[in-house]
Design a protein around this ligand. Structure first.
Ligand code: NAI
Ligand SMILES: O=C(O)C1=N[C@H](C(=O)O)C[C@H](O)C1
Length: 237
C-alpha cells in the first residue's frame, strides 16, 4: 500500500517504521502546506494525518477532494469534525478519526463506559480525569481525555460537560499535566470520603498509537464512509 504521511514528527516517524515493517511504501512525508503538492500524481492509497491542530482540517479535506481515504490522529481540531465528515460524504471518500489509535486505550474506553454505567447515581463519588503528556504537546486537554469525558457524560445523568481544571457540580474536571517525555497517561477516578476507585492507562511508547493507525489504514483502503476505531477493531479482536 502507498501511504502519505501528513505530518512527519514523532508520530509520523513511528508510523513510518511500522508501515515499512508491514510491507507498505511511504510516498509522501508532509511537513508544510499541502497545497504545495500534487497528490494526484503520487498514487496514494491512504493518507495518515498526525500533524498539528491548525493544519488537520485542510490536509484531510484536500485528500477527500482527491478521493484519498484518510486516517487522522491529530487532536485539537474537532470543532471542524462535522464539516469534515460532511465533505467526506459529499466526495464519496473514507475517513477514520480517533483521539487514540492504541488497542489498549480502546479497551480502556470500553472499561470507562462500563464503570461510568455502574457509578451513575453514586453521587458521593467525585469524578475526575487526569491526563499527563510530554511538554511539546500543543493541545490541552488531550483528545483521549475528551473522549473519556464524553463517554462518562453519556452514561451519567448529572454530568453535562467537561471543564479544564476546576469544574462545577454538573461538569467533569480534566486536569492536564505536562512532564518531559511522558507518552500519555490517563486516569479516571471516582473519590468519596470512604474510598476511591481509579482506572488508568499508561502508554510505554508511541508504538501502540502507530500500530493502530497502520491497522486503520489497511482496513479503510477500499472503503467509503465515516468510521471509528471500533469498526476497525471489530474485525481484529
Ligand atoms: N490519535 C492518536 O492515537 C495520537 C494522536 N496524537 C496527535 O497527533 C498529532 C501529532 O503528534 P506528534 O507527532 O507527537 O507531534 P509532532 O510535533 O512531533 O509532529 C507534528 C508534525 O507536523 C508537522 N506539520 C506542521 N505543519 C504541517 C502541515 N501544514 N501539514 C503537515 N504537517 C505539518 C510538523 O512539522 C511536525 O513534524 C498531535 O495532534 C497529537 O495530539 C499523538 C499520538 C497519538
Ligand atoms: O500528543 C500526544 O502525544 C498524544 N495525543 C493524543 C491525545 O491528545 O489524546 C493521544 C495520546 O495520548 C498521545
Amino acid at each position: 500500500m502507498k501511504i502519505a504521511l501528513l505530518g512527519y514528527g514523532k508520530m509520523g516517524k513511528a508510523i513510518e517504521e511500522i508501515a515499512k515493517n508491514r510491507g507498505h511504501e511511504i510516498v509522501l512525508k508532509l511537513e508544510e502546506d499541502i497545497s504545495n503538492y500534487e497528490l494526484e500524481k503520487m498514487n496514494i492509497d491512504v493518507a495518515i494525518d498526525f500533524s498539528v491542530p491548525k493544519a488537520a482540517f485542510k490536509n484531510i479535506t484536500t485528500c477527500f477532494k482527491k478521493n484519498i481515504p484518510v486516517v487522522c490522529g491529530t487532536t485539537g481540531w474537532l470543532d471542524d469534525y462535522e464539516k469534515a465528515t460532511k465533505i467526506c460524504k459529499e466526495e464519496h471518500s473514507a475517513f477514520i478519526y480517533a483521539s487514540n489509535f492504541s488497542v489498549g486505550v480502546n479497551l480502556f474506553f470500553e472499561l470507562n463506559k462500563k464503570l461510568a454505567q455502574m457509578m451513575n447515581g453514586m453521587d458521593d463519588y467525585k469524578i475526575e480525569i487526569e491526563e499527563i503528556h510530554h511538554t511539546e504537546k500543543q493541545d490541552a486537554p488531550s483528545g483521549t481525555a475528551i473522549s473519556l469525558a464524553q463517554d462518562i457524560i453519556t452514561e451519567n445523568d448529572r454530568k453535562e460537560r467537561w471543564q479544564l481544571d476546576h469544574a462545577t457540580e454538573n461538569e467533569i474536571p480534566i486536569m492536564a499535566k505536562r512532564i518531559d517525555d511522558v507518552n500519555g497517561t490517563h486516569t479516571v477516578s471516582y473519590k468519596s470520603n470512604i474510598d476511591s476507585i481509579e482506572i488508568m492507562h499508561t502508554a510505554h511508547s508511541r508504538q501502540g498509537f502507530a500500530l493502530g493507525a497502520v491497522l486503520a489504514a489497511e482496513w479503510i483502503k477500499d472503503k467509503e464512509g465515516v468510521f471509528t476505531m471500533k469498526d476497525v477493531l471489530a474485525s481484529h479482536l
